[in-house]
Design a binder for this molecule. Sequence first.
Ligand code: MN
Length: 229
Amino acid sequence: MNQFVFAPDASVTLNVQGSEARFPVNRVFCLGRNYPWGDAQDAVRQAPMFFMKPASAVVPAVGELVYPPLTEEFCHEIELVVAIGTPGSDIAEERALAHVWGYAAGLDLTRRDLQMAAKAAGQPWEAAKAFDGSAPITPVVPVSRIGHPQQGAVWLQVNGVERQRSTLEQQIWSVSEIISRLSQSIALRAGDLIMTGTPPGVAALQPGDVISAGIDGIGQLDVRVGARR
Ligand code: MN
C-alpha cells in the first residue's frame, strides 16, 4: 500500500558523462565571492559565504532557460560544480578530494535586482537565488575519468560575445578548502552539489539570448533564454 498522502516528486538527477547511470541530486550549496574582481575586497581573504538553492532548482543545461518572474535583471554566473559522492563532516583539507564523485559546469542564475534589494535590507537571498530553474548543470564527469582538475578556462559567451573568462587557478578558495569549511558547518551527504563561485563579468540576460559557457576539460553548455511569461 502506498504510504504517501500523495505521490512524492521524482528525485532530481543529472546525466553522467559516458554512462547510462544518473547522479541523484541531494542539496545545492553555493559559494559567494571566489574569484578576484579587482576591488578592495581582494586584499582580504574573507571567510567563505555559503547560500543554498533547492535541489528542485537543478535542471539539465540544455534547450531553453525559463526567464523567471519578478525580475528586470536576470543574470548569468558560470561556475565549477563539485558533486559530492562520499558523506562526511569536519573533513580535513588533505582528505577533502576523496569525497568528490565528479565535476560539472553550471549556471548560478540570479535575479540580481532582488539580490541587491535583499542585501540593502539585510534580508536573505532565496528570492534572488533559489527560483525554479536557477541551476542549469551539465552532465557530471566522474573523478574516475578526469581526476581533480586544478586548472582550465572558465568562460561564458552571450550571442557570441565573451562576458566571463577566468581559470580555475584563480579561485580564491580551493575545492579542498571549500569542502572542509562547508563540512564544519553541516554534514555533507552523497549527492550534494557545491557551486563554487563565478568570475567577474556577470551581466543581465534578455529573452532570446544564446548562452555558450563551460569549463575546459569538464563541460560545456549551450542554451537559449526563453520569453518572459
Ligand atoms: Mn554564484
